[in-house]
Design a protein around this ligand. Structure first.
Ligand code: GLP
Length: 234
């Protein structure tokens, strides 16, 4: 016996609608309208919408409705500054400075940067935007002794730009990638719901053989997907 296939018909209809007539951010027809059109219950309509929500085609926003999802950017694991990366994609980058400090960092960060126990780092926490949409929160620690006056009079707009001018152009790095559900504070900054998914990249960056930055970046899971080139087997 064929189970309830009506929901497949509805999700196909909605997918076609997204492809042909709707744009990212548009609202899809209401549950009521879909129930009437297909002569089905709300449960069946929800089942159909669930399929597309799970595929990332639609997003539900509590109390507001269901919308066509924004296209995700490829999160490419390469040593490019955020600003440069966005300009390369034809988007306009901007930054909100959240916090700065000049202090001894946590031990694991000192070790990652090959610093002695009492050595200081420049710390900066920034919210990064593309076309005025908050995309990621980035925390960076950079060796203090290496970069005299780095924060004078304020942290540079582009960390990588300034490193390059000082002869420390970032050339390679090491990443650890995790999925994290955003807490209240991070979610508020990124304008998503508490518990929303994020891709967290922890990176140690080198200029040739000098460690220049330890960074933790929280990328919005609804705006990014990881893109990784696959190497040949050894
Ligand atoms: C990327 C890296 C960060 C780095 C930043 C520098 O986003 N993941 O670790 O701090 O680029 O960007 P900018 O030069 O725009 O400050």
């Amino acid at each position: 016996m064929i189970a309830n296939v009506k929901y497949v018909e509805i999700s196909t209809y909605l997918a076609d609608l997204v492809d042909s007539r709707l744009s990212p951010g548009d609202r899809i027809p209401s549950e009521r309208a879909l129930c009437q059109r297909f002569g089905v219950s709300r449960m069946t309509v929800r089942q159909a919408v669930d399929v597309l929500v799970n595929e990332g085609v639609l997003v539900r926003q509590q109390g507001r409705g269901t919308f066509v999802a924004q296209q995700k950017l490829d999160l490419q694991l390469r040593i490019t500054s955020f600003g440069q990366e966005m300009r390369m994609r034809g988007m306009v980058p901007s930054t909100k400075l959240l916090e700065t400090d000049e202090a001894v960092p946590p031990t694991h960060i000192a070790q990652a940067l090959a610093l002695s126990e009492d050595a200081k780092t420049y710390y900066v926490r920034r919210l990064r935007y593309a076309d005025d949409v908050p995309m990621c929160v980035e925390e960076s620690w950079l060796p203090h002794a290496l970069l005299p006056g780095f924060f004078d009079p304020a942290p540079p707009d582009s960390l990588y730009g300034d490193l390059q001018v000082r002869g420390f152009r970032p050339t390679w790095g090491e990443d650890t990638i995790e999925s994290v559900n955003l807490d209240r504070a991070q979610a508020a900054l990124l304008d998503v719901e508490v518990g929303a998914a994020s891709i967290v990249v922890t990176r140690r960056t080198f200029a040739e053989d000098v460690p220049v930055e330890f960074a933790v970046s929280y990328y919005r899971g609804d705006r990014y997907k990881l893109w990784v080139p696959i190497a040949q087997p050894l």
